[in-house]
Design a protein around this ligand. Structure first.
Ligand SMILES: [Zn+2]
Length: 397
């Protein structure tokens, strides 16, 4: 027997009573039971929307699934012996309302947005996902930034008009005459959600009574996706939460920089320019240090390994090239790039550097590669003195 869908009749039912049709443990050791009721206000996972949560009797509802019209509640009973309902018992269900209501706000928001995209651009919403921390729609056509801004403005205008949202099951004759979205892939009684002048769409989910309840709709991201566009939105309470989170982060940055929020972009540009200038200065200082180090190396020394803190790969390679001109053996430059990592570049005029590479891999688990005349890589968790001692012991002449 199909479960009576109380959320179809009234999306605002928060608490309800129902009779237990069946109750089965999910497994012998489990405290989670599959419960079927004669009627329910819990919306199951359906049409891209995640299932409602809440309490059923003394249990915590963990998931709701629907199959062939039968809705199964997966319920956790901590103290199963005492609290477990029996077949035929009357039981009370309570939906976690704030979560469900914001799902309704976001789902109706999606209909408004998709209805406008459909009428303005002719694209379909081919993938909809609504969960606690994400609301995404995939349209089978490309929307530009300007298009998205246009639809967002139109959607919010429809919200402020506070239009009635009607959910009904039209008879076959009326249905045949209706032009609605999601016309394909549907069988059985079809529920049509109508927002006059904005959207007509087949949908099984609970919606708010009037568009004004959506509060606001904000697009927070969009990208090309499978030849079309993926959009992320926030509506209602979730839009407010998103605004709070963003503002909090901006305020934190503002405090750290001691700059008012509108001045942040300019301030960061200045910081980055200063950073580039300092990096250039540091490069010069390191370069002078390396030049001094190179002069200290006896002219006749065959293998040479030197260490410099924080130099970039360009500077490392330049130094190796200069060393190779003066010394016939392996010429290596090592540099600490972060606390735990030493990068290296090793070159040679007429020897195969891959031999040193293999040695470093075997001895220090080095990661890297290269060609006969030059190799590069990195070693983690070893200090430079250990590496140098080992290399000078092996390539001492
Ligand atoms: Zn829908």
């Amino acid at each position: 027997m199909e479960t009576r869908r109380l959320f179809d009749e009234d999306a605002y039912v928060k608490d309800f009573q129902a009779t237990v049709i069946s109750i089965e443990p999910q497994s012998e050791a489990s405290f989670v039971y599959d419960i079927v009721l004669d009627q329910t206000a819990f919306f199951p996972e359906e049409g891209g929307q995640s299932a409602d949560t809440g309490r059923l009797g003394a249990g915590q509802v963990q998931d709701i699934q629907i199959k062939d019209g039968v809705i199964t509640h997966q319920v956790l009973f901590e103290d199963s012996e005492k609290d477990l309902p029996k077949v035929g018992d009357m039981i009370t269900g309570s939906i976690q309302w704030d979560r469900r209501y914001t799902n309704m706000q976001n789902h109706t928001g999606e209909h408004i947005f998709s209805g406008i995209v459909h009428s303005k651009f002719g694209f379909e919403n081919v993938g909809f996902h609504l969960s606690d921390n994400s609301v995404t729609m995939d349209y089978n056509g490309m929307l530009t930034e300007e298009d998205v801004r246009f639809v967002e403005a139109q959607a919010n205008a429809a919200i402020y008009e506070n239009i009635e949202v009607r959910c009904e099951y039209p008879d076959r004759e009326n249905l045949a005459q209706l032009d609605y979205r999601s016309k394909k892939e549907l069988s059985g009684a079809i529920r049509i959600v109508t927002i006059p002048g904005v959207d007509v769409c087949a949908c099984c989910a609970p919606h708010v009574h009037r568009t004004g309840e959506v509060g606001m709709l904000k697009v927070i991201g969009f990208q090309k996706y499978k030849g079309g566009t993926r959009l992320e939105i926030r509506c209602g309470w979730r839009a407010l939460q998103h605004y709070r989170d963003m503002l909090e982060q901006l305020q934190r940055i503002s405090q750290q920089l001691s700059a008012a929020i509108p001045q942040i972009p300019e301030y960061i540009e200045r910081l980055m320019a200063e950073n580039r200038r300092l990096a250039g200065e540091l490069r010069e200082v390191r370069g002078a240090e390396i030049a001094r180090r190179m002069q200290e190396i006896p002219a006749g020394q065959n293998h040479v390994f030197i260490y410099a803190k924080d130099i970039d790969s360009h500077q490392m390679r330049q130094t190796v090239n200069e060393l190779v001109k003066e010394h016939g053996g392996y010429c290596g430059v090592f540099s600490q790039t972060n606390v735990d990592n030493i990068a290296y570049i090793i070159g040679a005029a007429s020897m195969d550097c891959r031999e040193v590479g293999t040695t470093l891999k075997e001895r220090f688990d080095a990661k890297g590669g290269g060609k006969a005349e030059m190799i590069q890589g990195a070693i983690s968790g070893v200090d430079y003195d250990t590496i140098e001692q080992y290399l000078m012991g092996r390539y001492s002449s």
